[in-house]
Write a protein that binds this ligand. Structure first.
Ligand SMILES: [Zn+2]
Length: 284
């Protein structure tokens, strides 16, 4: 079938009609139509859900060669879906909605053997569902999520957290600091709540060609932030001095880069960005 024909067919079918195809056991055809629909209309959420169900219903006993695997939910698929704000191709796990950076972090976490998940406590700020599920299994009742706006175990502000000094073993916040006006205050607050030898795991959007972080002008409207930093609610673009900012806040910093830890074959299978960085900041 040519792509144009599939597009035409996918437009003719309602989601309900595709669901009927699946119920009749015509899973391959239903998947083909749904996949084309999602490539053409990446935010068709109903089509995404139905495609996810079709994969989860018909799980092969062994992972076929060339399939993509998700380390967050341990499911395998012939492809990842378009994802992220610009719906980049091959980004999003159909089952748990993890993106490249979530899957990188998940693998790096599993390989950071010094993390004592048996006794350690963990705070996860702005928790991503795809990571939260696996972290709760690892840390059990010593794992807490925190968010300022949405549902989480604890409602709290990163610049003034409701935890005692030296009380937490591991802290995590991914793609959060670029939203916070006074990020140095947030870093000092993370340092305060961590136990000595505790660590913060952080991911940020970074421009490695930028030596000095660019801050938004005072009172910049959202449309200016979108133009400057690619998102309406980002207040800066971090450069390579991100490490200096953490050190200024008292931390000793180590970086984990995807391609140093994960093989090229795995990078392909898990759908990762090879230059993804996880920052590990230790309280010394
Ligand atoms: Zn997944």
């Amino acid at each position: 079938m040519s792509p144009k024909t599939i597009t035409e067919i996918s437009q003719q079918f309602s989601i309900e009609a595709i669901a009927v195809l699946m119920d009749k056991g015509q899973i391959t055809q239903a998947r083909e139509i749904l996949s084309r629909r999602i490539i053409d209309v990446p935010d068709d959420y109903k089509a995404r859900l139905l495609l996810r169900d079709s994969f989860l219903k018909m799980k092969p006993a062994a992972t076929p060669t060339g399939f993509k695997s998700c380390p967050c939910c341990n499911n395998s698929f012939p492809f990842f879906l378009p994802g992220g704000p610009s719906f980049r191709p091959n980004a999003c796990c159909p089952a748990c909605e993890s993106l490249e950076r979530h899957r990188s972090l998940c693998l790096i976490l599993k390989r950071l053997l010094h993390l004592n998940t048996k006794e350690a406590s963990m705070i996860h700020v702005a928790p991503e569902q795809s990571l939260s599920t696996i972290l709760r299994q690892l840390f059990e009742d010593r794992y807490y999520t925190m968010d300022l706006f949405t549902d989480a175990d604890i409602r709290g502000d990163l610049c003034e957290m409701p935890f005692g000094t030296d009380s937490i073993d591991i802290f995590m916040a991914n793609h959060v600091l670029e939203h916070i006006k006074d990020d140095l205050r947030a870093m000092r607050e993370i340092y305060r709540i961590l136990k000595p030898q505790g660590s913060a795991l952080l991911q940020i959007p970074i421009d490695l060609s930028l030596a000095v972080t660019e801050e938004a002008p005072e009172k910049a409207p959202p449309q200016d932030l979108l133009k400057l930093f690619g998102q309406e609610d980002h207040v800066r673009q971090y450069g390579t001095d991100f490490k200096d900012r953490l050190e200024q806040s008292g931390f000793t910093v180590r970086t984990h880069i995807c391609h140093d830890i994960i093989t090229p074959d795995e990078i392909k299978t898990y759908g990762l960005h090879s230059d993804e960085i996880v920052w590990e900041a230790f309280k010394s």
